[in-house]
Design a protein around this ligand. Structure first.
Ligand code: GDP
Ligand code: GDP
Length: 495
């Protein structure tokens, strides 16, 4: 018989990649020598195991922890092997009870191993009793290890399975940690349990994060990192001075740095705004070679550190060239949204279009710019565009309010209940050619903020088309006012 049946990858628990913290924890339990370490090693393969000590009763015991991979399943796995060997005295009950508090509290599932070659031992019964008593909330899978030689091809170990069933943990799975037999069956058994854990943990985390964020919001301590970018002479410095005016300012070149590396921070609306140094960006783009390109790289790195990117354009130039964004500007705007930054576009020097003669041009610029930006950056809808005159100090407050607003939206966390109410409404809005093809989204949740990232969980093999994902993204942007925020919508199947 081949090693296992090959694992069918039907579930995509990949969303765990979003947040490794959310991975459920599975503990391997069983009396000594049933093969816990062997299974642990198989699950983590060549990945590194983290060994840490839990001091209990003057004895230091090792617990190994690693990230397990089984097909497309990922979870944390704990090997409790060290617990028993380290405490060869004492009975198994007293020994294992010691680990209840710290370890079991962060465990969601258990794989209870027995040794099929040795048959059921009194210690196995003790482990079973202990599990029921100390870990009633932990769902347990029973596995008969070392089944490779007992598996004669039929795959059924009737007598042994019946005996193991008596432990009260359901039907056992026949596996071999050494040969890999039964890994497909273990996968099938773990899959639904891990998914339940995952959803539960997503919700728990949401609640924790929500309250943490509320606190942060209250204290308004989150510094906002802002990058002001644009080609030379569009008015970045003038705008910066206008923004810094009247606000309590801290500006100054840092020792050893050039004029380009001015750092500034100021307060607006009780919030600290920190200016990320991007002075060199675009200024030098394509103009100088050699050492200067290094500083462009540096500027770009800084840009990617920003939360909000304000791209400054020159109104007069737009009117003259009938084109809002030049190549370099398009590149930087795209880079900003691809890196997940919030984007605000500022059209400066509007005073130059204010004359009577220019009224038509003025209106033209106001109408054309948002449309053109949408065409060159289709990934993000509703990018806010603000028309100002930095020289006259007009539009300064609008710029500040928009930057803060974009930042707040970038940090937005929508509660799952609210999102699912929203989803009900929005699904009715989309016209379906065929009712039967309507995807059934089981559950919609935000897994991350900064920028907001959402996951739609689908039943079975259902899949959302790209156009439907775009529809959901657009609806989120419209309904929650997320213009200019590169939100992400992903999908995951659950069986
Ligand atoms: P632990 O004390 O529960 O961690 O058990 P170990 O993983 O250290 O394994 C105990 C012994 O059983 C070792 O000699 C292993 O090589 C052996 N063993 C583990 N898994 C299997 C298996 O699937 N088949 C066979 N034949 N031996 C195994
Ligand atoms: P930077 O290279 O992007 O930092 O651009 P500067 O802030 O140095 O401005 C370049 C030139 O444009 C300067 O002569 C400014 O006085 C002028 N300028 C900046 N903002 C405005 C504006 O709103 N209106 C007008 N008419 N001129 C402006």
């Amino acid at each position: 018989r081949p090693r296992g049946k090959g694992i069918r990858k039907k579930s995509v628990l990949e969303f765990a990649k979003v947040d490794v913290e959310l991975l459920p924890t599975v503990i391997l339990v069983g009396r000594p020598n049933v093969g816990k370490s062997a299974l642990f090693n198989r699950l983590i393969r060549r990945r590194e195991a983290l060994v840490y000590n839990t001091p209990a009763d003057h004895v230091t015991r090792d617990i190994r922890e690693g990230i397990a991979k089984l097909g497309d399943l990922r979870f944390r796995v704990l090997d409790s092997a060290g617990l028993e060997t380290a405490a060869a005295s004492g009975s198994i009950l007293s020994r294992t009870t010691e680990m209840t508090g710290s370890v079991l509290a962060r465990t969601q599932l258990a794989i209870f191993l027995i040794d099929v070659r040795a048959g059921l031992q009194p210690l196995d019964l003790e482990v079973g009793k202990w599990l029921r008593k100390n870990a009633p909330g932990i769902r347990t899978i029973l596995a008969m290890n070392k089944s490779e030689s007992h598996d004669d091809g039929g795959g059924v170990l009737t007598a042994e399975a019946a005996e193991a069933h008596a432990l009260g943990f359901g039907d056992p799975i026949a596996i071999s940690a050494e040969t890999g037999l039964g890994m497909a069956e273990l996968y099938e058994a773990l899959c639904p349990l891990l998914e339940d854990c995952m959803l539960q943990r997503l919700n728990d985390k949401r609640i924790e994060d929500d309250s943490a964020l509320d606190m942060e919001n209250e204290e308004n301590k989150l510094p906002l990192q802002l990058a002001i970018v644009g080609r030379p002479n569009v008015g970045k410095s003038t705008l910066l001075n206008a923004l810094l005016q009247e606000e309590r300012v801290l500006v100054g070149p840092e020792a050893g740095l050039t004029r380009d590396s001015v750092r500034a921070q100021f307060k607006f609306d009780g919030r600290t705004i920190y200016l990320v140094d991007t002075a060199g960006w675009l200024q030098r783009c394509g103009q100088e070679k050699g050492p200067a390109s290094l500083s462009v790289m540096q500027s770009r790195k800084n840009l990617m550190r920003a939360h909000v990117v304000a791209l400054v354009l020159d109104a007069e130039e737009i009117a003259r060239n009938r084109c809002s964004m030049k190549h370099a500007e398009t590149i930087i705007a795209r880079q900003a949204v691809e890196e997940g930054r919030g984007l605000v576009v500022i059209v400066n020097k509007m005073d130059l279009l204010n004359g009577r003669r220019n009224l038509m041009l003025y209106e033209k610029v106001i109408n054309a710019v948002p449309k053109e930006i949408q065409t060159v950056i289709p990934q993000v809808t509703g990018i806010p565009v603000i028309f100002i005159s930095a020289l006259e100090g007009k539009g300064r407050m609008a710029v500040l309010h928009q930057i803060v607003n974009t930042y707040e939206n970038w940090c937005l966390r929508l509660p799952t209940a609210r999102l699912n109410r929203w989803l009900q409404k929005v699904m009715g809005r989309h016209s379906w050619k065929d009712q039967a093809t309507q995807p059934r989204i089981k559950y919609f949740t935000q897994v991350k903020a900064r920028p907001p990232t959402f996951v739609a969980f689908l039943s079975g093999k259902a899949q959302l088309s790209d156009s439907y994902i775009r529809f959901l993204t657009k609806s989120l942007v419209e309904d929650f006012n997320l213009g200019g925020i590169p939100i992400r919508v992903m999908q995951r199947q659950i069986p």
